[in-house]
Design a protein. Structure first.
Length: 278
């Protein structure tokens, strides 16, 4: 079998496992639990088929391994791998759907669609396998940019973690946390800086594939579908947050949704005016 065929077998096994576990446990975050692992395996398969002798594939594997290790750590410390560590948004969605509707959603969106994306975002490595050209300056620049985005996502996740730990301490002490959601650090410039850096890393992986082929390839589909997934996830997440915290509406008016940018100043009526770096 060639490398892509091996990946397809892994894909089929992962899909079957995630779906079966979701049915048996009635928890629907199994794709979340393998999200940081499976892409590393896919890229490792492509690099391994080159005998780990191709510099660009080895670079891709190293970058994706670092991405996976960081994400696994962050997901684990939030309790994602523990029993009952299901994403809270699935419970909200289950409450809005009939049981049979949610089961179809589980099969086709949670299990199949998301796993298709996890395979597609790694296929620039397949392009690199088919175009084993020497590593160039563009690859180095893209790798440095990837590491910068990895650092940005690490900082954003740590700031969010620190905020939620503080919030728990305030609640445990009988005090009402104020503010009730993160608004400082990178969250002053983007409502979801970690989402921005996550997507940027996979666009950079796609560009490394472009560097190998010397042309834009069909593997752009992975980055596009990942971005579409994040857009939908952001809209849904913010609708839940706004329902919990009415003051989130002012934060939405002031702060860029994804791409970090200078916040707008709110006037006394609560509307945003101009751009400022105050």
């Amino acid at each position: 079998m060639n490398a892509f065929q091996v990946c397809l077998w892994v894909f089929a096994g992962v899909c079957a496992g995630c779906w079966l576990l979701s049915v048996l446990t009635r928890e629907y975050s199994w794709v979340d639990r393998i999200w940081s692992v499976v892409p590393v395996a896919y890229v490792g398969i492509f690099a391994g088929h080159a005998g780990f002798a191709d510099a660009r594939l080895n670079l891709l594997f190293a970058l994706v391994f670092l991405w996976g290790a960081r994400l696994t750590f962050n997901y684990g410390r939030k309790g994602g791998y523990a029993p009952g560590g299901e994403d809270y948004r699935w419970a909200v969605l289950r409450g809005r759907m009939a049981r049979w509707q949610f089961q179809l959603f589980n099969l086709f969106f949670i299990t199949l669609y998301q796993n298709v994306i996890l395979l597609l975002i790694t296929l620039p490595a397949w392009i690199a396998l088919d175009h084993q050209t020497p590593l160039g300056a563009a690859d180095i620049v893209l790798a440095v940019a990837f590491l910068a985005c990895l650092a940005g996502e690490t900082i954003a996740d740590q700031q969010q973690w620190n905020f939620h730990q503080w919030k728990k301490r305030e609640t445990a002490a009988g005090r009402t946390p104020e503010p009730r959601f993160a608004q400082t650090g990178l969250f002053r410039f983007s409502r979801h800086p970690n989402f921005f850096f996550e997507q940027a890393q996979w666009w950079l992986v796609f560009l490394i594939g472009v560097s190998a082929a010397g042309a834009v390839t069909w593997t752009i589909a992975g980055a596009v579908l990942l971005t579409a997934l994040f857009i939908g996830s952001t809209i849904f997440t913010e609708s839940i947050t706004l329902g919990r915290y009415p003051e989130y509406a002012d934060y939405q008016r002031r702060v860029s949704p994804i791409v970090p940018w200078f916040p707008r100043r709110a006037d006394r009526r609560g509307s945003a005016v101009g751009s400022t770096s105050d």
